[in-house]
Write a protein that binds this ligand. Structure first.
Ligand code: PMP
Length: 445
Protein backbone atom coordinates (compact mmCIF):
# COMPACT_ATOMS: atom_id res chain seq x y z
CA UNK A 1 0.00 0.00 0.00
CA UNK A 2 2.98 2.33 0.36
CA UNK A 3 2.77 3.43 -3.28
CA UNK A 4 -0.97 4.12 -3.08
CA UNK A 5 -1.90 7.51 -4.55
CA UNK A 6 -4.96 7.67 -2.30
CA UNK A 7 -5.01 9.81 0.82
CA UNK A 8 -7.83 10.19 3.27
CA UNK A 9 -6.98 9.83 6.91
CA UNK A 10 -3.92 9.00 8.97
CA UNK A 11 -3.79 5.35 10.03
CA UNK A 12 -2.50 1.93 9.06
CA UNK A 13 -2.59 0.70 5.45
CA UNK A 14 -5.92 -0.84 4.49
CA UNK A 15 -6.67 -4.18 2.88
CA UNK A 16 -7.94 -4.03 -0.69
CA UNK A 17 -11.53 -5.14 -1.14
CA UNK A 18 -12.30 -7.92 -3.60
CA UNK A 19 -16.08 -8.45 -3.54
CA UNK A 20 -19.07 -8.62 -1.21
CA UNK A 21 -22.35 -10.43 -0.73
CA UNK A 22 -25.05 -9.97 1.91
CA UNK A 23 -23.43 -8.91 5.19
CA UNK A 24 -19.97 -10.19 4.18
CA UNK A 25 -17.04 -8.49 2.42
CA UNK A 26 -13.88 -10.25 1.21
CA UNK A 27 -10.45 -8.70 0.70
CA UNK A 28 -8.04 -9.70 -2.06
CA UNK A 29 -6.17 -11.98 0.37
CA UNK A 30 -9.38 -13.97 0.84
CA UNK A 31 -10.20 -12.82 4.37
CA UNK A 32 -13.93 -12.42 5.11
CA UNK A 33 -15.38 -9.57 7.19
CA UNK A 34 -18.88 -9.35 8.60
CA UNK A 35 -20.08 -5.81 7.87
CA UNK A 36 -21.15 -4.87 11.39
CA UNK A 37 -21.42 -1.18 10.53
CA UNK A 38 -22.87 -1.15 6.99
CA UNK A 39 -19.69 0.56 5.81
CA UNK A 40 -20.36 3.99 7.24
CA UNK A 41 -23.94 3.19 8.31
CA UNK A 42 -24.86 3.39 4.63
CA UNK A 43 -25.09 -0.13 3.13
CA UNK A 44 -28.41 -0.72 4.86
CA UNK A 45 -29.50 -3.57 2.56
CA UNK A 46 -26.21 -5.43 2.57
CA UNK A 47 -24.12 -6.06 -0.50
CA UNK A 48 -24.64 -7.59 -3.94
CA UNK A 49 -28.41 -7.21 -4.19
CA UNK A 50 -29.81 -8.31 -7.50
CA UNK A 51 -33.05 -6.31 -7.15
CA UNK A 52 -31.16 -3.03 -6.77
CA UNK A 53 -28.80 -4.02 -9.55
CA UNK A 54 -31.65 -4.71 -11.92
CA UNK A 55 -33.49 -1.45 -11.05
CA UNK A 56 -30.27 0.44 -11.73
CA UNK A 57 -29.59 -1.40 -15.00
CA UNK A 58 -33.17 -0.77 -16.20
CA UNK A 59 -32.71 2.93 -15.55
CA UNK A 60 -29.24 2.98 -17.14
CA UNK A 61 -30.77 1.47 -20.26
CA UNK A 62 -33.36 4.27 -20.37
CA UNK A 63 -31.45 7.37 -19.31
CA UNK A 64 -28.82 7.79 -16.59
CA UNK A 65 -28.60 11.55 -16.30
CA UNK A 66 -30.86 14.50 -16.88
CA UNK A 67 -30.48 17.93 -15.34
CA UNK A 68 -33.12 19.06 -12.90
CA UNK A 69 -33.88 22.34 -14.70
CA UNK A 70 -34.46 20.54 -18.02
CA UNK A 71 -36.57 17.49 -17.16
CA UNK A 72 -38.58 15.83 -14.46
CA UNK A 73 -38.28 12.06 -14.54
CA UNK A 74 -40.50 9.20 -13.46
CA UNK A 75 -37.99 7.93 -10.85
CA UNK A 76 -37.53 11.43 -9.34
CA UNK A 77 -41.29 11.99 -9.11
CA UNK A 78 -41.88 8.52 -7.68
CA UNK A 79 -39.09 8.80 -5.11
CA UNK A 80 -40.28 12.26 -4.13
CA UNK A 81 -43.82 10.95 -3.60
CA UNK A 82 -42.51 7.92 -1.71
CA UNK A 83 -40.47 10.07 0.68
CA UNK A 84 -43.42 12.38 1.34
CA UNK A 85 -45.57 9.32 2.05
CA UNK A 86 -42.95 8.00 4.50
CA UNK A 87 -43.51 11.15 6.59
CA UNK A 88 -47.29 10.60 6.44
CA UNK A 89 -47.34 13.86 4.48
CA UNK A 90 -46.03 15.82 7.47
CA UNK A 91 -43.44 17.13 5.00
CA UNK A 92 -44.67 17.62 1.46
CA UNK A 93 -41.74 18.86 -0.62
CA UNK A 94 -38.48 17.15 -1.61
CA UNK A 95 -35.17 18.54 -2.86
CA UNK A 96 -32.66 15.90 -3.99
CA UNK A 97 -28.93 15.91 -3.26
CA UNK A 98 -26.09 13.38 -3.42
CA UNK A 99 -24.79 13.26 0.16
CA UNK A 100 -25.57 13.93 3.78
CA UNK A 101 -23.48 17.08 3.90
CA UNK A 102 -25.37 18.41 0.88
CA UNK A 103 -28.69 17.54 2.52
CA UNK A 104 -27.77 19.44 5.70
CA UNK A 105 -26.27 22.32 3.72
CA UNK A 106 -29.47 22.55 1.67
CA UNK A 107 -31.60 22.55 4.83
CA UNK A 108 -29.56 25.39 6.34
CA UNK A 109 -29.82 27.45 3.17
CA UNK A 110 -33.53 26.81 2.64
CA UNK A 111 -34.24 27.79 6.24
CA UNK A 112 -32.30 31.03 5.87
CA UNK A 113 -33.89 31.83 2.54
CA UNK A 114 -37.32 31.31 4.05
CA UNK A 115 -36.69 34.06 6.58
CA UNK A 116 -35.22 36.32 3.88
CA UNK A 117 -38.43 35.73 1.91
CA UNK A 118 -40.64 36.49 4.91
CA UNK A 119 -38.70 39.63 5.84
CA UNK A 120 -37.09 38.28 9.02
CA UNK A 121 -33.57 38.89 7.73
CA UNK A 122 -32.26 39.40 11.27
CA UNK A 123 -32.45 35.59 11.71
CA UNK A 124 -28.84 34.70 10.93
CA UNK A 125 -27.77 31.97 13.32
CA UNK A 126 -28.37 28.29 13.98
CA UNK A 127 -28.44 26.42 17.27
CA UNK A 128 -27.01 22.90 17.49
CA UNK A 129 -25.61 20.41 19.97
CA UNK A 130 -22.11 19.78 21.25
CA UNK A 131 -21.02 17.12 20.51
CA UNK A 132 -22.57 16.65 17.08
CA UNK A 133 -21.68 15.87 13.49
CA UNK A 134 -23.60 17.30 10.56
CA UNK A 135 -21.18 17.05 7.64
CA UNK A 136 -17.91 18.30 6.18
CA UNK A 137 -18.87 21.23 3.97
CA UNK A 138 -18.31 24.64 5.53
CA UNK A 139 -21.98 25.34 6.31
CA UNK A 140 -22.61 21.91 7.79
CA UNK A 141 -19.32 22.21 9.67
CA UNK A 142 -20.57 25.46 11.19
CA UNK A 143 -23.34 23.57 12.99
CA UNK A 144 -21.07 20.62 13.82
CA UNK A 145 -19.90 20.43 17.42
CA UNK A 146 -16.60 18.58 17.38
CA UNK A 147 -13.51 20.72 17.97
CA UNK A 148 -10.86 18.72 16.04
CA UNK A 149 -12.97 19.04 12.89
CA UNK A 150 -13.89 22.67 13.53
CA UNK A 151 -10.48 24.02 14.55
CA UNK A 152 -8.65 24.44 11.20
CA UNK A 153 -11.67 26.16 9.69
CA UNK A 154 -12.87 28.25 12.63
CA UNK A 155 -12.25 31.55 10.78
CA UNK A 156 -14.01 30.33 7.65
CA UNK A 157 -17.23 28.97 9.12
CA UNK A 158 -20.20 30.65 10.70
CA UNK A 159 -20.36 28.81 13.99
CA UNK A 160 -23.77 28.01 15.43
CA UNK A 161 -24.71 28.56 19.04
CA UNK A 162 -23.67 25.22 20.62
CA UNK A 163 -25.60 23.80 23.55
CA UNK A 164 -25.31 20.44 25.34
CA UNK A 165 -28.00 17.81 24.85
CA UNK A 166 -29.16 15.44 27.59
CA UNK A 167 -26.68 12.80 28.75
CA UNK A 168 -28.50 9.97 30.49
CA UNK A 169 -25.23 8.20 31.27
CA UNK A 170 -23.34 10.91 33.11
CA UNK A 171 -25.85 13.37 34.53
CA UNK A 172 -26.01 13.99 38.27
CA UNK A 173 -29.60 15.20 38.43
CA UNK A 174 -32.35 13.70 40.58
CA UNK A 175 -33.72 11.62 37.70
CA UNK A 176 -33.82 11.60 33.91
CA UNK A 177 -36.88 13.85 33.77
CA UNK A 178 -35.25 16.45 36.02
CA UNK A 179 -32.11 16.21 33.89
CA UNK A 180 -34.03 16.93 30.68
CA UNK A 181 -35.84 19.84 32.31
CA UNK A 182 -32.53 21.34 33.44
CA UNK A 183 -30.92 20.92 30.00
CA UNK A 184 -33.96 22.51 28.35
CA UNK A 185 -33.92 25.41 30.82
CA UNK A 186 -30.23 26.01 30.10
CA UNK A 187 -30.86 25.84 26.37
CA UNK A 188 -33.67 28.36 26.69
CA UNK A 189 -31.36 30.67 28.68
CA UNK A 190 -28.60 30.35 26.03
CA UNK A 191 -31.05 31.22 23.24
CA UNK A 192 -32.49 34.11 25.22
CA UNK A 193 -29.00 35.46 25.82
CA UNK A 194 -28.18 35.19 22.10
CA UNK A 195 -31.52 36.75 21.13
CA UNK A 196 -34.33 34.41 20.02
CA UNK A 197 -35.17 36.76 17.12
CA UNK A 198 -31.70 36.05 15.64
CA UNK A 199 -32.19 32.28 15.38
CA UNK A 200 -32.99 30.61 12.06
CA UNK A 201 -33.33 27.02 13.25
CA UNK A 202 -32.36 24.38 15.77
CA UNK A 203 -30.44 21.54 14.06
CA UNK A 204 -30.09 18.12 15.67
CA UNK A 205 -30.15 14.37 15.17
CA UNK A 206 -33.21 12.86 16.91
CA UNK A 207 -31.00 9.90 17.88
CA UNK A 208 -27.30 10.64 18.04
CA UNK A 209 -25.24 8.81 15.44
CA UNK A 210 -21.50 8.72 15.04
CA UNK A 211 -20.77 11.80 17.13
CA UNK A 212 -22.26 10.51 20.36
CA UNK A 213 -22.28 6.74 19.89
CA UNK A 214 -26.04 6.37 19.51
CA UNK A 215 -26.92 8.61 22.42
CA UNK A 216 -30.70 8.72 22.82
CA UNK A 217 -32.25 12.13 23.43
CA UNK A 218 -35.72 10.90 24.32
CA UNK A 219 -39.26 12.14 23.84
CA UNK A 220 -39.32 14.67 26.67
CA UNK A 221 -36.26 16.45 25.32
CA UNK A 222 -37.31 16.41 21.66
CA UNK A 223 -40.79 17.67 22.53
CA UNK A 224 -39.16 20.39 24.63
CA UNK A 225 -36.98 21.49 21.72
CA UNK A 226 -39.99 21.49 19.38
CA UNK A 227 -41.86 23.70 21.86
CA UNK A 228 -38.89 26.09 22.16
CA UNK A 229 -38.69 26.41 18.36
CA UNK A 230 -42.42 27.16 18.19
CA UNK A 231 -42.19 29.71 20.96
CA UNK A 232 -39.20 31.51 19.41
CA UNK A 233 -40.53 31.29 15.84
CA UNK A 234 -37.51 29.43 14.51
CA UNK A 235 -37.50 26.20 12.50
CA UNK A 236 -36.62 22.67 13.60
CA UNK A 237 -34.22 20.89 11.24
CA UNK A 238 -33.74 17.20 11.94
CA UNK A 239 -30.57 15.61 10.60
CA UNK A 240 -31.66 12.07 9.74
CA UNK A 241 -28.75 11.47 7.39
CA UNK A 242 -27.77 8.45 9.46
CA UNK A 243 -31.07 7.54 11.15
CA UNK A 244 -33.37 7.99 8.15
CA UNK A 245 -34.89 5.30 5.92
CA UNK A 246 -35.25 2.59 8.51
CA UNK A 247 -32.08 2.49 10.62
CA UNK A 248 -33.91 2.84 13.96
CA UNK A 249 -36.82 0.56 13.07
CA UNK A 250 -39.07 3.40 11.88
CA UNK A 251 -38.86 5.10 8.49
CA UNK A 252 -37.58 8.18 10.31
CA UNK A 253 -36.35 8.28 13.90
CA UNK A 254 -38.54 11.29 14.80
CA UNK A 255 -41.57 9.02 14.36
CA UNK A 256 -40.70 7.22 17.62
CA UNK A 257 -41.21 10.46 19.51
CA UNK A 258 -44.29 12.19 18.11
CA UNK A 259 -42.27 15.26 17.16
CA UNK A 260 -42.50 16.68 13.64
CA UNK A 261 -39.67 18.67 12.07
CA UNK A 262 -40.04 21.57 9.63
CA UNK A 263 -37.12 20.35 7.54
CA UNK A 264 -35.44 16.96 7.44
CA UNK A 265 -32.13 15.91 5.87
CA UNK A 266 -31.58 12.29 4.88
CA UNK A 267 -28.99 10.43 2.79
CA UNK A 268 -26.77 7.44 3.67
CA UNK A 269 -29.32 4.60 3.77
CA UNK A 270 -31.43 6.03 0.94
CA UNK A 271 -28.90 4.92 -1.66
CA UNK A 272 -27.87 2.04 0.62
CA UNK A 273 -24.34 2.20 -0.79
CA UNK A 274 -25.49 1.49 -4.35
CA UNK A 275 -25.54 5.10 -5.53
CA UNK A 276 -25.13 8.46 -3.76
CA UNK A 277 -28.57 9.93 -3.15
CA UNK A 278 -29.93 12.11 -0.39
CA UNK A 279 -32.86 14.40 0.12
CA UNK A 280 -34.05 17.47 1.93
CA UNK A 281 -37.71 17.19 2.93
CA UNK A 282 -39.60 20.35 3.83
CA UNK A 283 -42.99 21.72 4.79
CA UNK A 284 -44.72 23.03 1.68
CA UNK A 285 -45.50 26.49 3.08
CA UNK A 286 -41.76 27.03 3.67
CA UNK A 287 -40.98 26.01 0.10
CA UNK A 288 -43.90 28.08 -1.25
CA UNK A 289 -42.51 31.25 0.36
CA UNK A 290 -39.07 30.61 -1.07
CA UNK A 291 -40.40 29.80 -4.54
CA UNK A 292 -42.61 32.92 -4.52
CA UNK A 293 -39.53 35.00 -3.70
CA UNK A 294 -37.76 33.86 -6.87
CA UNK A 295 -36.76 30.27 -6.19
CA UNK A 296 -34.22 28.43 -4.05
CA UNK A 297 -30.78 29.91 -4.69
CA UNK A 298 -29.03 26.56 -4.41
CA UNK A 299 -28.45 23.28 -6.25
CA UNK A 300 -25.99 20.58 -7.28
CA UNK A 301 -25.32 19.13 -10.73
CA UNK A 302 -26.10 15.51 -9.89
CA UNK A 303 -29.17 16.32 -7.78
CA UNK A 304 -32.18 14.16 -8.53
CA UNK A 305 -30.75 12.44 -11.58
CA UNK A 306 -32.84 9.46 -12.76
CA UNK A 307 -30.27 6.81 -11.84
CA UNK A 308 -29.94 8.15 -8.28
CA UNK A 309 -33.69 8.28 -7.84
CA UNK A 310 -34.31 4.83 -9.36
CA UNK A 311 -31.81 3.48 -6.83
CA UNK A 312 -33.46 5.21 -3.88
CA UNK A 313 -36.87 4.00 -5.00
CA UNK A 314 -35.67 0.40 -5.29
CA UNK A 315 -34.21 0.67 -1.77
CA UNK A 316 -37.50 1.85 -0.27
CA UNK A 317 -39.40 -0.87 -2.15
CA UNK A 318 -37.01 -3.54 -0.83
CA UNK A 319 -37.43 -2.32 2.76
CA UNK A 320 -41.21 -2.53 2.33
CA UNK A 321 -41.31 -5.84 0.48
CA UNK A 322 -38.97 -7.60 2.91
CA UNK A 323 -40.54 -6.01 5.99
CA UNK A 324 -37.14 -4.73 7.02
CA UNK A 325 -38.47 -2.26 9.60
CA UNK A 326 -39.83 -5.28 11.50
CA UNK A 327 -36.53 -7.10 11.04
CA UNK A 328 -34.65 -4.03 12.27
CA UNK A 329 -36.71 -3.93 15.45
CA UNK A 330 -36.46 -7.68 16.11
CA UNK A 331 -32.77 -8.07 15.25
CA UNK A 332 -32.11 -4.80 17.07
CA UNK A 333 -33.50 -6.30 20.29
CA UNK A 334 -31.41 -9.42 19.78
CA UNK A 335 -28.29 -7.36 19.11
CA UNK A 336 -28.92 -5.01 22.04
CA UNK A 337 -29.43 -7.92 24.44
CA UNK A 338 -26.25 -9.59 23.16
CA UNK A 339 -24.22 -6.40 23.51
CA UNK A 340 -25.51 -5.89 27.05
CA UNK A 341 -24.55 -9.46 27.94
CA UNK A 342 -21.03 -8.85 26.60
CA UNK A 343 -20.84 -5.54 28.46
CA UNK A 344 -21.51 -7.26 31.77
CA UNK A 345 -18.23 -9.12 31.48
CA UNK A 346 -16.06 -6.02 31.27
CA UNK A 347 -15.86 -3.02 33.58
CA UNK A 348 -14.52 -0.82 30.77
CA UNK A 349 -17.83 -0.93 28.93
CA UNK A 350 -19.46 2.20 30.27
CA UNK A 351 -22.79 1.98 28.51
CA UNK A 352 -24.56 0.10 25.74
CA UNK A 353 -27.37 2.14 24.16
CA UNK A 354 -29.32 2.19 20.95
CA UNK A 355 -32.52 1.84 19.00
CA UNK A 356 -33.35 -0.47 16.10
CA UNK A 357 -30.06 -1.45 14.48
CA UNK A 358 -28.18 1.62 15.69
CA UNK A 359 -26.12 0.61 18.74
CA UNK A 360 -23.30 2.36 20.53
CA UNK A 361 -20.85 0.89 23.02
CA UNK A 362 -19.06 3.49 25.14
CA UNK A 363 -15.66 2.63 26.60
CA UNK A 364 -14.53 4.16 29.89
CA UNK A 365 -11.29 4.09 31.91
CA UNK A 366 -13.18 4.07 35.21
CA UNK A 367 -16.73 2.74 35.48
CA UNK A 368 -17.20 4.30 38.92
CA UNK A 369 -16.44 7.87 37.83
CA UNK A 370 -17.42 7.22 34.18
CA UNK A 371 -14.17 8.87 33.22
CA UNK A 372 -13.17 8.48 29.57
CA UNK A 373 -9.89 6.89 28.47
CA UNK A 374 -7.18 9.49 27.74
CA UNK A 375 -7.71 10.54 24.11
CA UNK A 376 -4.12 9.75 23.08
CA UNK A 377 -4.64 6.06 23.94
CA UNK A 378 -6.95 5.67 20.94
CA UNK A 379 -8.94 2.86 22.58
CA UNK A 380 -11.70 3.13 19.96
CA UNK A 381 -9.15 2.33 17.25
CA UNK A 382 -7.61 -0.50 19.27
CA UNK A 383 -10.93 -2.30 19.74
CA UNK A 384 -11.90 -1.70 16.11
CA UNK A 385 -8.59 -3.16 14.88
CA UNK A 386 -9.05 -6.26 17.06
CA UNK A 387 -12.58 -6.72 15.72
CA UNK A 388 -11.27 -6.43 12.17
CA UNK A 389 -8.71 -9.16 12.93
CA UNK A 390 -11.60 -11.30 14.16
CA UNK A 391 -13.44 -10.67 10.87
CA UNK A 392 -15.85 -7.99 12.03
CA UNK A 393 -16.18 -4.37 10.91
CA UNK A 394 -17.43 -1.86 13.50
CA UNK A 395 -17.46 1.95 13.30
CA UNK A 396 -15.00 3.72 15.63
CA UNK A 397 -15.18 7.16 17.18
CA UNK A 398 -12.77 8.81 19.57
CA UNK A 399 -13.57 10.72 22.73
CA UNK A 400 -15.46 13.83 21.78
CA UNK A 401 -14.55 17.14 23.37
CA UNK A 402 -14.23 15.41 26.73
CA UNK A 403 -18.02 15.06 26.73
CA UNK A 404 -18.29 11.40 25.83
CA UNK A 405 -15.87 8.50 26.05
CA UNK A 406 -14.46 6.53 23.15
CA UNK A 407 -17.16 4.53 21.49
CA UNK A 408 -17.87 2.13 18.67
CA UNK A 409 -21.05 1.86 16.64
CA UNK A 410 -22.53 -1.54 15.82
CA UNK A 411 -24.92 -0.95 12.93
CA UNK A 412 -25.22 -3.98 10.62
CA UNK A 413 -27.40 -3.98 7.50
CA UNK A 414 -31.16 -4.00 8.19
CA UNK A 415 -31.27 -7.34 6.36
CA UNK A 416 -29.17 -9.16 8.97
CA UNK A 417 -30.47 -12.60 10.04
CA UNK A 418 -30.63 -14.12 13.52
CA UNK A 419 -27.65 -16.42 12.92
CA UNK A 420 -25.62 -13.53 11.50
CA UNK A 421 -26.30 -11.45 14.62
CA UNK A 422 -24.97 -14.43 16.63
CA UNK A 423 -21.81 -14.51 14.49
CA UNK A 424 -21.39 -10.76 14.90
CA UNK A 425 -21.65 -11.08 18.69
CA UNK A 426 -19.23 -14.03 18.79
CA UNK A 427 -16.59 -12.10 16.85
CA UNK A 428 -17.12 -8.94 18.88
CA UNK A 429 -16.89 -11.06 22.04
CA UNK A 430 -13.50 -12.43 20.94
CA UNK A 431 -12.26 -8.91 20.13
CA UNK A 432 -13.47 -7.65 23.51
CA UNK A 433 -11.74 -10.51 25.34
CA UNK A 434 -8.47 -9.65 23.57
CA UNK A 435 -8.95 -5.94 24.33
CA UNK A 436 -9.49 -6.83 27.99
CA UNK A 437 -6.30 -8.94 28.08
CA UNK A 438 -4.36 -6.07 26.46
CA UNK A 439 -5.59 -3.67 29.16
CA UNK A 440 -4.66 -6.17 31.88
CA UNK A 441 -1.19 -6.67 30.35
CA UNK A 442 -0.64 -2.92 30.30
CA UNK A 443 -1.66 -2.68 33.95
CA UNK A 444 0.88 -5.32 35.03
CA UNK A 445 3.95 -3.80 33.27
N1 PMP B 1 -25.08 14.17 9.22
C1 PMP B 1 -24.92 13.05 9.92
C2 PMP B 1 -25.75 12.82 11.14
C3 PMP B 1 -23.98 12.08 9.52
O1 PMP B 1 -23.81 10.96 10.23
C4 PMP B 1 -23.22 12.32 8.34
C5 PMP B 1 -22.19 11.32 7.85
N2 PMP B 1 -21.54 10.60 8.83
C6 PMP B 1 -23.43 13.51 7.64
C7 PMP B 1 -24.37 14.41 8.10
C8 PMP B 1 -22.66 13.83 6.38
O2 PMP B 1 -23.00 12.95 5.37
P1 PMP B 1 -22.01 12.69 4.14
O3 PMP B 1 -20.80 12.03 4.70
O4 PMP B 1 -22.80 11.82 3.22
O5 PMP B 1 -21.70 14.02 3.53
Amino acid sequence: MTDSPLFYQAGPALPEVSHADGVTLWDTAGKAYLDGCSGAIACNLGHGRLDIRSAMLDQLDRVAFTYRTQFESAPALALGRALVALTDRALQKVFFVSSGSEAVESALKLARQYFVATGETQRQRFVSLRPSYHGSTLGALGVTGYRPLEAPFAELTRASLKVPGPDFYRHADRDDGAHVDRVLAETRAAIEAAGPESIIAFVLEPVGGASTGARLLGERYLKGIRALCDEFGCLLILDEVLTGVGRTGAWFAYQHYGVTPDLLATAKGLGAGYYPVGALLARDDIVDEVMASGGFQHGHTYAGNPLACATGLAVIEAIRRERLLENTRARGEQLGAGLRALAERYAWVGQVRGLGLLWGVELVADPATREAFPAEQNRFAQLTALAREEGLLIYPRRTLDGVAGDHVLVTPPLTIRTDEVETLLERLGRAMARFDRALADEATV
